[in-house]
Design a protein around this ligand. Structure first.
Ligand code: ADP
Ligand code: MG
Length: 437
């Protein structure tokens, strides 16, 4: 329940299977919520627990995001918990400057699939996962990465230090830009006239119907491509092979942390297995107990992904070993051996490590440290790679207490470095300025 599925599902739809009793609520454009106050305009996104809609608030004449939770009891309980945490975050930040999504309202909505808890949130833009895809999984300019990192760290510092909250599922999908990448998708910037009534002739336009149609169309396109012998990727059926690099200039990189469905108070944790696989900290895999620093680990994974377009760790199970063991092996190939004390200290350590602190099934590791990876594979300049690695490596410490806090990271000089290719500003700055955990 608290452990999110693998990342990267952003482009796919939520599927129609979960539109049943206990599942999602099917929404039509023009549907009214909370006694007519909110009117659905279009779908913004979805997650394992909910679908999220752009809605028009007729009381304030503003656009908002309406998160409609699945209706089964455990989803409702999770939503109540999420509302409690979001409310606390809103109460502690009246000026709304702490880079955490703002809860505006909440209510219940009865539908054919049950009773759904709904959250009204400030309307934000695309997720960082969409930004990464928009950038075609290419490296992003480090200055832009820095801007994003500052916002995420501001959010984490607020959650951790001021509220005592652990997010537990930080990843690109759960961090949203404050504005949309495409101005035409922003109802205000594009001057959209709100839909106040159901469009005529849209009686069979329910979400489930659209999803079935989309799926059929996708299948048809695949079949045509197969017959005509064209090589097509599953994600990008309509993509041509000659894609140029997209410019991110003009996109505002300000962003906020969202999705508190798995968040918890640090002194009242309710789950052992947290975080989405690729962003999961080693102490969670080993079940050695965790705290705020699990979010810092996920933050470092996210920062790397923004800078390179690739996930830092993408473990897979293999011949004779599972995903967890591969994950630990990947970590050690990048960061060196896990100190024996840590390796053997968790409830699940015995599943993966022998008593010397060596992995049981994966014996041969190829060490490829982060600075070398950044230069060799991602073609960063020597100095840039060095600086970025000096920022990230302490956050990826195997010893959770040694990881710098969000507050400490915000002081790190890497965040205030200027453009690359200008060597004046970087010379010698970083060599002796590592964060002390
Ligand atoms: P879940 O708990 O089901 O994972 P999320 O809170 O992560 O739900 O929301 C699912 C998706 O909906 C997000 O990835 C994003 O695309 C979209 N979304 C969520 N909140 C907002 C918002 N405030 N503004 C715009 N889009 C949003
Ligand atoms: Mg989510």
């Amino acid at each position: 329940m608290s452990c999110s599925s693998s990342s990267g599902s952003d482009d796919e739809d939520e599927g129609f299977d979960a539109y049943r009793k206990g599942g999602y609520h099917a929404v039509r454009i023009g549907d009214q919520f909370s006694g007519g106050r909110y009117i659905a305009q279009r779908k913004l996104g979805w997650g394992q627990f909910s679908t999220v809609w752009l809605a028009y608030d007729t009381h304030t004449s503003n656009y908002v995001a309406l998160k409609i939770q699945k209706s089964a009891q455990h989803f409702s309980q999770a939503a109540l918990h999420e509302i409690e945490l979001l409310q606390a975050a809103a109460d502690g930040d009246p000026a709304n400057t702490k880079c955490v999504v703002r809860l505006i309202d909440d209510f219940k909505h009865a539908g054919p699939n049950g009773q759904h808890l709904c959250m009204v949130l400030e309307f934000l833009g695309d997720s960082l996962l969409r930004l990464i895809k928009y950038n075609r999984y290419k490296a992003m300019e480090l200055n832009k990465v820095r801007e994003i990192c500052k916002c995420i760290l501001t959010g984490l510092d607020y959650l951790h230090r001021e509220l005592g909250m652990i997010h537990s599922d930080l990843k690109p999908e759960n961090i949203l830009l404050c504005s949309t990448i495409d101005a035409a998708k922003d109802p205000i910037r594009s001057g959209l006239t709100p839909i106040l009534e159901k469009p005529e002739g849209n009686q069979n336009g329910a979400t489930t119907m659209n999803l079935i149609e989309k799926k059929l169309k996708r299948r048809a396109r695949r079949a045509v491509a197969k017959i005509s012998g064209r090589r097509v990727s599953i994600v990008g059926l309509s993509e041509t092979p000659t894609k140029t690099v997209r410019s991110l200039d003009g996109i505002d990189m300000k962003c906020k942390v969202v999705d508190f469905g798995n968040a918890c108070w640090a002194d009242n944790k309710f789950a052992e297995e947290i975080q989405t696989r690729q962003y999961r900290a080693p102490e969670v895999i080993l079940q050695s107990g965790y705290s705020f620093s699990v979010d810092m680990w996920s933050f470092a994974c996210t920062a790397f992904e923004l800078a390179t377009g690739d996930m830092l760790f993408a473990p897979k199970d293999g011949n004779g070993y599972g995903e967890d063991e591969d994950h630990l092996a990947l970590m050690m190939e990048l960061l060196g051996k896990i100190p024996r004390k840590i390796a053997i200290g968790g409830a699940k350590s015995k599943d993966y490590f022998d008593r010397h602190g060596d992995l049981k099934r994966i014996r041969r590791l190829k060490y490829w440290p982060l600075d070398r990876l950044l230069t060799d594979k991602y073609k960063l300049q020597e100095a840039e790679a060095q600086e970025f690695a000096e920022f990230l490596c302490p956050i990826l410490s195997f010893e959770p207490e040694k990881r710098p806090s969000a507050q400490q990271c915000l002081q790190h000089p890497w965040l205030n470095l200027r453009a690359q290719n200008n060597e004046d500003h970087i010379e010698g700055q970083m060599s002796n300025l590592q964060i002390k955990g």
